[in-house]
Design a protein around this ligand. Structure first.
Ligand code: NAD
Ligand code: ZN
Length: 357
């Protein structure tokens, strides 16, 4: 299946399907003098060889980063740029990201900045990357925070071989599924109900089952990005569940919770906060029960304080004015961005932390 995404910066195709990796060469229309594949230590032994074999370019190089968020930093970025310069790669190089969101963000930032920008291809291999590979946000972390150095740099194409999901650890599948659920929550009650019906619990959460909903999840993101590429309005809706989610990831130390686990707890909190803000009931319990059946967390992990989380949420990258901004949900499928009074955030967080849904 193919989906076109059209933004002011340009259009690019998103190819989604099983077995696309060995066909990558046909799908890449432009001819580049060389390809530079950036991947990680978990993905390389499984898929790098297969990809290299299919590329017809004159020269194919690769760089294997250590798997994990800690590779998304300036030091690794510098090592890659140095390697590319030493190899004398010119502006007609194509950087290919083969991996999850970490590799995609890192490789995209390399592509955006190497010689002021070279071609970039996304080849996602995680479920979460249905989100991260679309939309053109690329970047690396700084010691003072996640994703603080970056660019908007859309890829020339996204080639998503869903067969690669077969080797993904189950916890990573759960993580990406939480983000897919978020896409359903912000888009329509029908999508949400269908997803819940098709994948009601963890034994049903398989790459095949999820695969049939991927295009829909990607379309939700693609439509929002088309409306608002640089995040002045509706693109903020994609951050539903991320305010508390990021705070949890940060307070616990990155890598303790997966991104999707943070988003799951954060989405529940945001829904509960919406209930308090609008004053009408929302399906908080129903969503919590689904997460439990999927094996996703529903609670703030022990050892964290409400005050610590309040601080983190206040200084969220997107909340620079010292107020609390949240994506709330008037009803499923109707997200809105609202400034929420501190007392309401605190009160809701207290009862949430005391497991009252
Ligand atoms: P990840 O890239 O670290 O991948 C998760 C784990 O799975 C890693 O250990 C990886 O080596 C392994 N892996 C990947 N593909 C595999 C496969 N097919 N088989 C076996 N193992 C495989 O993490 P992620 O969850 O994909 O992405 C998280 C990152 O994405 C974060 O850094 C986050 O900031 C970023 N992100 C970016 C955007 C964006 O718009 N740019 C959006 C959401 C998230
Ligand atoms: Zn996310």
């Amino acid at each position: 299946e193919t989906l076109m995404i059209r933004t002011q910066t340009g259009s690019y195709p998103i190819f989604v399907g099983k077995g696309l990796l060995p066909r990558a060469d046909e799908l890449i229309k432009d001819v580049y003098s060389s390809s530079y594949i950036i991947t990680d230590s978990h993905v390389a032994p499984r898929y790098l060889n297969e990809l290299e074999k299919t590329l017809r370019n004159r020269q194919v190089f690769h760089y294997i980063a250590e798997a994990g968020e800690q590779s998304k930093n300036l030091a690794e970025y510098n090592r890659i740029i140095t390697d590319m310069l030493e190899k004398k790669l010119d502006r007609n190089t194509c950087v290919i990201a083969l991996g999850g969101g970490v590799v995609g963000d890192l490789a995209g930032f390399v592509a955006a900045t190497y010689l002021r920008g070279v071609a970039f291809l996304q080849m996602p291999t995680t479920l979460l990357a249905h989100d991260s590979s679309v939309g053109g946000k690329v970047g690396i972390d700084h010691a003072l925070g996640k994703n603080l150095i970056g660019a908007f740099y859309p890829p020339a194409a996204v080639i998503y071989d869903t067969a690669t999901l077969e080797t993904l650890p189950f916890r990573e599948l759960q993580s990406g599924f939480a983000e897919l659920i978020k896409h359903s929550l912000i888009s329509s009650p029908d999508f949400y109900q269908e997803l819940k019906k098709a994948i009601p619990e963890r034994s049903m959460l398989t790459p095949d089952a999820v695969g049939s909903f991927l295009i829909r999840g990607i379309s939700v993101k693609a439509k929002i990005v088309e409306l608002d590429e640089h995040e002045s309005g509706p693109r903020k809706f994609l951050n539903f569940g991320h305010t508390l989610g990021h705070a949890l990831e940060k307070e616990l130390g990155f890598g303790t919770l997966t991104h999707g686990e943070g988003v799951a707890v954060g989405s529940l909190f945001a829904l509960k906060l919406s209930e308090a803000y609008y004053g009408h009931p929302l399906p908080v319990k129903e969503l919590a029960e689904w997460y439990v059946r999927l094996g996703l967390p529903t609670k703030v992990p022990d050892g964290l304080t409400a005050e610590g989380l309040m601080e983190q949420m206040k200084y969220d990258k997107k909340n620079r004015d010292g107020h609390y901004h949240f994506v709330l949900m008037k009803s499923i499928g109707r997200p809105e961005t609202r400034q929420v009074p501190e007392s309401l955030v605190r009160g809701t967080l207290f009862s949430f932390m005391n497991h009252m849904l």
